[in-house]
Design a protein around this ligand. Structure first.
Ligand SMILES: [Zn+2]
Length: 311
């Protein structure tokens, strides 16, 4: 294997540290949150710049503890809160590094309503999505929000508004969108909240808005979202992303999408995004075992690395 050369500097891997606050999640839910943190950590290749924080309680949001420490890695507070009826969770980045304007820590609130009934796959999908928000994806796209710890502000806007609609304009994600066949004249269409890919155009992606946010599976982290991380200033592990096909004729409905996936897996067709969150999902779709090169194969599901996943 590729052992690092002795002279190579040991780069600190990026890791999302979790700090559970208040009413705790049960052990299984915490394990799922950890799985999401590992998934997101693997996307980022640039090290975290250590920084000293000395902040009073509630400086980012209410009900947060004071923070007085040398922060060695990005962390998120994970809480369970009453967010009403309409959403699974919400998240925000907190203080930003001077210079890079990348978040030092963030907050994820999971909705206490319905949490006990939320299937594992949807909790995993939700947490990956929210941690991306905590890292700045969809939340630091406007210059107004790019204010660093010492109060410096950045004038970089990654979105623009045309005829009342928002479009993403960051170069890396835009290039990825073009690669997938998207029209880039105006930018990548965003939802009205300006923080998600428009659900009707970029569906079934980890950062899709409501209309394209399929449940019952972990949506893929496409080159668009990897590009959005790069546009913010992160280096990314391209290999940690998922294959993604832009549905150029509009998004199928939730049910149609699930059926097309199942059909694509069953026929071994290379069309359409084929992504299984787990071997259980692959088996349920009748796709297991999956050989390397077949749709849905991922090395993560091939524990012994013999080229056959979900044996
Ligand atoms: Zn969101």
């Amino acid at each position: 294997m590729c052992a690092p050369a002795a002279s190579a500097q040991a780069a600190a891997p990026f890791a999302v540290e979790l700090r559970f606050l208040g009413k705790t999640l049960n052990a299984a839910q915490q394990a799922t949150v950890r799985e999401a943190a590992a998934r997101v950590s693997a996307l980022i290749a640039s090290p975290f710049a250590p920084v000293t924080l000395n902040l009073p309680a509630n400086s980012c949001d209410s009900n947060l503890p004071k923070i007085k420490e040398r922060v060695q890695q990005f962390f998120v507070f994970v809480r369970v809160s009453d967010l009403g009826e309409d959403k699974y969770a919400e998240a925000a980045p907190c203080d930003l590094h001077d210079g890079s304007y990348l978040p030092i820590y963030g907050v994820v609130d999971l909705n206490s309503n319905g949490l006990s009934d939320l299937p594992k796959v949807d909790l995993l999908d939700t947490m990956i999505h929210e941690m991306l928000h905590a890292l700045g994806v969809g939340t630091l796209w406007e210059a107004d929000y790019r204010v660093s710890l010492s109060g410096d502000s950045d004038d970089q806007n990654l979105i623009r508004k045309v005829n009342g609609r928002y479009f993403y304009t960051g170069a890396k994600a835009l290039a990825a969108y073009q690669n997938l066949g998207g029209k880039v004249s105006t930018g990548i269409p965003l939802d009205a909240d300006a923080g998600h890919w428009a659900g009707g155009a970029v569906c079934s992606e980890i950062l899709s808005g409501d209309a394209g946010d399929y449940t019952g599976r972990v949506n893929p982290v496409s080159p668009l979202t990897l590009g959005a991380l790069e546009d913010l200033g992160y280096r990314v592990n391209r290999a940690a992303g998922n294959r993604y096909t832009l549905p150029l004729k509009g998004c199928p409905t939730d049910k149609e999408g699930a059926r097309e996936d199942a059909e694509a897996s069953a026929s071994g067709s290379a069309s359409g995004p084929v992504y299984f969150a787990s071997c259980a999902a692959a088996r349920a779709a009748g796709a297991a075992p999956i050989r390397r090169g077949q749709p849905g194969y991922r090395p993560e599901m091939d524990g012994d690395g013999d080229g056959v996943a979900c044996e």
